[in-house]
Design a protein around this ligand. Structure first.
Ligand SMILES: Cc1cc2nc3c(=O)[nH]c(=O)nc-3n(C[C@H](O)[C@H](O)[C@H](O)COP(=O)(O)OP(=O)(O)OC[C@H]3O[C@@H](n4cnc5c(N)ncnc54)[C@H](O)[C@@H]3O)c2cc1C
Length: 340
């Protein structure tokens, strides 16, 4: 039997927690480093599609996450003026086969699944290889999101790509909403889904410059102005939420030939960040974690990175490549097809 190996996981978001939870502590020792554990459970909801759900089942938390997810009974994709492009019927008749998991619930489920033997450190990692030497790790996994310090340390010129899109999201307090609706219009999209405090809303809108930092009030004003003549239901939501929103510049991971370098692997948003409109970020992060855990169990920390590069890289790059164009398609006049 192989000697117990040691993995350093940088980032305790969805990908990092899922990986640490999926590994067998009898075979792999894990050190998990998160810069801001108190923030890891923030956020509204994450749509979980089949790949993400399968990964949660493999980790053993699928039932728990499902029990705490929000029901979806139908939905619609609409034009900016409110006319339906595509309607999803109630459960059992083509309702969306996805769960809406409040991000805090998903993080809590993954935290609860962590083996007690996982060593947890709270610090900002700037030199992952130095930290790996310090703790005696055989392999570093960069699960540190789109701004990944691990990626930028290992790959020259791998700073995140700054797009001219701004993503906003927030809670819409009120009675529970059980449908998911998305409006697609020129230069913007808007959505309302089930949310932990009634409903959740999100918007993506094209800004006029590419500075990384986004002023929340400016972003909310930009969305209000841009969507002023959209379906009145959109205006009602924006009036109800006031200026309470989280606003961020949409960043993407730069294309890499491979997410693997000597003694190091990237997973989740660190490897292949995606635009906000495909709802795939958490799903791909979970799938990456499940695949890496399986490969480490089978091939050890030496063989797993290459095997992972073969299994996941192409898919990650395809998704990334599809992401921004998909956002553009959704928000152009010439959109075609539906996302569901
Ligand atoms: C706080 C938060 C809230 C979010 N809310 C939503 C939401 O409501 N809806 C939605 O669709 N998506 C949301 N997302 C994004 C979504 O969860 C991710 O795109 C997706 O789950 C991919 O997960 P990931 O683990 O690869 O990256 P992330 O979830 O971004 O996790 C990366 C983790 O690494 C940590 N980290 C980063 N750099 C370092 C470093 N140098 N040293 C140590 N730790 C580091 C970060 O603090 C973070 O916890 C949110 C992400 C975060 C971090």
């Amino acid at each position: 039997m192989r000697a117990r190996e040691h993995l350093l996981v940088v980032g305790g978001g969805i990908a990092g927690l899922a990986l640490a939870a999926a590994l067998d502590p009898r075979r792999v020792r894990v050190t998990l480093v998160e810069e801001r554990p108190e923030r890891a459970g923030a956020g509204t909801v994450l749509a979980l599609w089949r790949g993400g759900r399968d990964a949660l089942d493999a980790i053993g938390v699928g039932d728990r996450v499902r029990a705490r997810s929000l029901p979806v009974t139908g939905g619609a994709l609409r034009r900016a003026d409110g006319r339906a492009i595509h309607e999803l019927r109630p459960a059992g008749h083509g309702a969306p086969r996805l769960w809406f998991a409040p991000r805090p619930n998903l993080v809590a489920a993954l935290e609860a699944a962590l083996p007690p033997a996982v060593t947890r450190l709270t610090e900002l990692v700037t030199d992952p290889r130095a930290l790996a030497r310090q703790v005696g790790a055989d392999l570093v996994v960069g699960a540190d999101g789109v701004r990944s310090a691990v990626r930028q340390h290992a790959f020259e010129g791998a700073a995140p790509v700054v797009t001219d899109w701004i993503a906003l999201r927030g809670h819409l307090p009120g009675p529970p909403v059980t449908t998911a609706t998305e409006w697609w219009g020129r230069g913007a999209l808007f959505g309302v889904t089930p949310g932990p405090r009634g409903a959740a809303w999100f918007a993506a809108v094209r800004g006029d410059h590419r500075g990384v930092e986004v002023d929340r009030d400016d972003a909310v004003a930009l969305v209000r102005g841009h969507l002023a003549d959209w379906d009145p239901r959109v205006g009602e939501v924006l009036t109800a939420v006031g200026d309470a929103a989280d606003a961020q510049r949409v960043l993407l991971a730069p294309p890499l030939r491979t997410p693997v370098d000597e003694g190091l692997v990237l997973i989740g948003d660190a490897a292949h960040a995606m635009g906000p409109n495909l709802g795939r970020g958490a799903n791909e992060a979970l799938a990456d974690a499940a695949v890496v855990a399986d490969l480490i169990h089978r091939h050890g920390t030496k063989g797993a990175p290459r095997a992972f590069a073969r299994r996941r890289h192409l898919r990650g790059q395809v998704l990334r490549a599809a992401s921004l164009p998909a956002l553009k398609v959704a928000t152009s006049r010439l959109w075609s097809g539906a996302r569901y």
